[in-house]
Ligand binder design. Structure first.
Ligand code: ADP
Ligand code: MG
Length: 330
């Protein structure tokens, strides 16, 4: 990168949309006004080249979109409306300035879809080989309405706001055929699901506004791992039904076992998994239907030792807390 100042100028948004923003990029720090009746929600995520993404399976533009999407998905799982994001980027000499700009263009495109403003960040170069991208997002949720993992209770129904497994299937196709491989229409859907996931922000907002007691988690590491996190935080047993797991239509060419494995352990689908009292399920289903959004019930919560079981026909199988865990997979 030749000139950090001209680079920052080039990625500074020409206009911002959040009215509570008082000072965005261009000073020592950003300033925004808090809103009456709202709680602030914040999280940060880092992706590292060759661990979380590869240039062989995605383009800089989609690497940027996905880095922001995974953060917006975390806010969605809290029931929050996203408002701002900040980006810290550590750039190796092997990346051109145009490629870095494409990462920011990708983030900006997703940001405009969700009305979030880029309000700051940091830009540094490194002699290391891997690009490191850290995105911080800030959102808001009505006071007392944030959705927590520890909210599940015995008797609850478990639900998903979208199909699972598509991202893992898409990654497998990309690894086999490369980015410019010949993909059928169904395969291309899976590839897109991997490269360009859609965070379920609207779905999270509907859940928070329902006012029901709901436990949530977004599917970043896979259904198995996320279900375990709800089970542990809530001290309950989750029972998932194999037949009820919603799989992407495009996965028909994979074997039944492969599809199940991708759904449970694949991750990066960025849909929301949740639990809600059985008496509130119909109402929630209707709300989603009115908004033309899918809503799948996939199991139930019982009292017991915290854990996750999969019901396959009339057999019960213990599901391990496996998934895309970076400390274990290397
Ligand atoms: P300082 O030295 O005061 O930290 P910088 O030169 O690092 O200032 O940054 C100047 C402005 O540009 C700040 O508002 C900062 O938040 C913003 N900025 C720097 N890098 C990025 C980036 N990668 N993405 C977004 N904003 C950035
Ligand atoms: Mg700085």
């Amino acid at each position: 990168m030749k000139d950090e100042f001209s680079f920052i100028a080039s990625i500074t948004p020409k206009k911002t949309v959040q009215r509570s923003l008082l000072k965005g990029i261009g000073d020592d720090a950003a300033v925004y006004r808090s809103l009456a009746g709202m709680d602030e929600v914040v999280c940060v995520d880092t992706v590292v080249e060759n661990i979380h993404f590869r240039r062989s399976t995605s383009s800089p533009y989609f690497i940027g979109r996905k880095a922001l999407a995974s953060n917006l998905s975390d806010l969605a799982a809290m029931g929050a409306q996203p408002s701002f994001y900040l980006v810290s980027i550590v750039v190796p000499a092997t990346w051109t300035e145009d490629e870095i700009k494409a990462i920011f263009a990708g983030m900006a495109s997703l940001a405009s879809e969700y009305d979030v403003d880029l309000i700051g960040g940091d830009t540094v170069s490194t002699s290391a080989d891997a690009l490191v991208l850290t995105v911080t997002v800030i959102g808001r949720v009505e006071q007392m309405r944030a959705l927590y993992r520890g909210n599940a209770k015995p008797g609850d129904v478990i639900f998903l706001t979208g199909a699972v497994g598509a991202s893992a299937a898409g990654l497998k196709l990309l690894q086999e055929k490369g980015q410019n491989g010949a993909f059928s229409k169904e395969e291309l859907d899976l590839v897109r699901a991997h490269q360009d996931p859609q965070p379920h922000v609207q779905q999270g907002r509907l859940l928070a506004k329902s006012g029901f007691r709901i436990a949530t988690n977004d599917i970043s590491d896979g259904v198995a791992s996320e279900a375990h996190e709800i089970a542990e935080a809530s001290r309950v047993l989750l029972i998932l039904e194999e037949e009820a797991l919603p799989l992407h239509d495009g996965m028909a060419s994979f074997s039944k076992e492969e599809r199940l494995h991708m759904a449970l352990y694949g991750g990066e689908d960025y849909v929301i998994m949740g639990t809600v009292a059985i008496n509130d399920v119909e109402s929630l289903k209707n709300t989603f239907a009115e908004n033309e959004l899918p809503f799948f019930t996939i199991g139930r919560v019982e009292a017991g030792e915290p854990g996750v079981l999969l019901k396959r026909g009339d057999r019960m199988q213990k599901i391990k807390k496996e998934g895309y865990n970076h400390f274990r997979s290397r």
